[in-house]
Design a protein around this ligand. Sequence first.
Ligand SMILES: Nc1nc2c(ncn2[C@@H]2O[C@H](COP(=O)(O)OP(=O)(O)OP(=O)(O)O)[C@@H](O)[C@H]2O)c(=O)[nH]1
Ligand SMILES: [Mg+2]
Length: 319
Amino acid sequence: MLFKGHTAEEALAKVHQSLGSSAIVVQLKRVPSAGVGRIWGAMEIEAWAQAPAPLTPIPAAADAPVARVRSAPKEARTMELLRSLGLNEESARRVHQSIPVSGAALTNQEACLQLGAALLAAWDKGTTRIPKTPHRIALIGAAGSGKSIATAKWITIESLRHRQDCRIWCLDGIVANSAEFLSQHAELLGIPVETTWNPGLPPCSREFLDLPGWNPTDPDVSDRMANLLDRFEPDCLLLTLNAAYEASILQNQVVQFMPFRPHGLFLTHLDECQSPSKVWDLVLASGIAVFGTSSGRFIPGGFDRTGGEAWMERLFEQV
Ligand SMILES: Nc1nc2c(ncn2[C@@H]2O[C@H](COP(=O)(O)OP(=O)(O)OP(=O)(O)O)[C@@H](O)[C@H]2O)c(=O)[nH]1
Ligand SMILES: [Mg+2]
């Protein structure tokens, strides 16, 4: 049977409502919306699902609850698969918990589909605060994470490919913003660069804020940055992470920058590391999705907006 929803979560809720929590999703794909949303490119999720095969009773141990014994084959296969995907224990636990408990024994393919659906649902949930077309963009993160290079790529694309009028604010934190190359690059493109905050300027269709990186454990510098962000009022605030860093360092940066309430993640240095499990670990831990990626120093090359499906395919290619 076919079920549709605006998000994977919504489509799956309909599947479970109609076929029960042990329904097996056999295919999940994103398709152009059937309604008027198609005009502006809206997408929806199609889920093909079937009712589970009737259970063959499994003799239960005298002291074990029946439901647990019945779900054991599925539980074991799902956890086994999650580990083989390279996700860390915390992510595996989160994904596992989000899959409805079912007594049906699953084939590998069915278990993969259940997992894929759960991962996409988590990704979609993490995109709710990311606008489709951002207007006021700020990349924040630790020093040297690749914010200014990514911003230079982004303004080039907005200005030359999309013909948008852009402005860039290159502001100092407590330390001076040393991204000279960004100002020079913007000037080459004819994009105005502001180095002091001036709210009286007429708005542009795309405004970018470039700040030097900082360590959020320093309260003074964090206050200053929070103040600048409050004034700029970004509709797209992205925590920028160097994907080539150790997973534990990245997880730590996510925790430290969460109080700034980023809308999404932006990953740089994809030319040096493309580990899909690392990306999923970050999305699952932060609860926010990856808005885009940047790979390499060359401007404007290697700037991409990839969605959850692409990262899911990369994850499953490893198995
Ligand atoms: N290989 C590679 N190098 C990169 C990438 N992005 C940035 N870099 C390099 O990383 C260094 C830091 O990049 P920036 O864009 O200046 O980093 P930043 O986050 O703006 O740094 P601060 O403003 O000092 O916090 C530079 O030497 C860049 O050339 C990337 O995707 N791949
Ligand atoms: Mg910079």
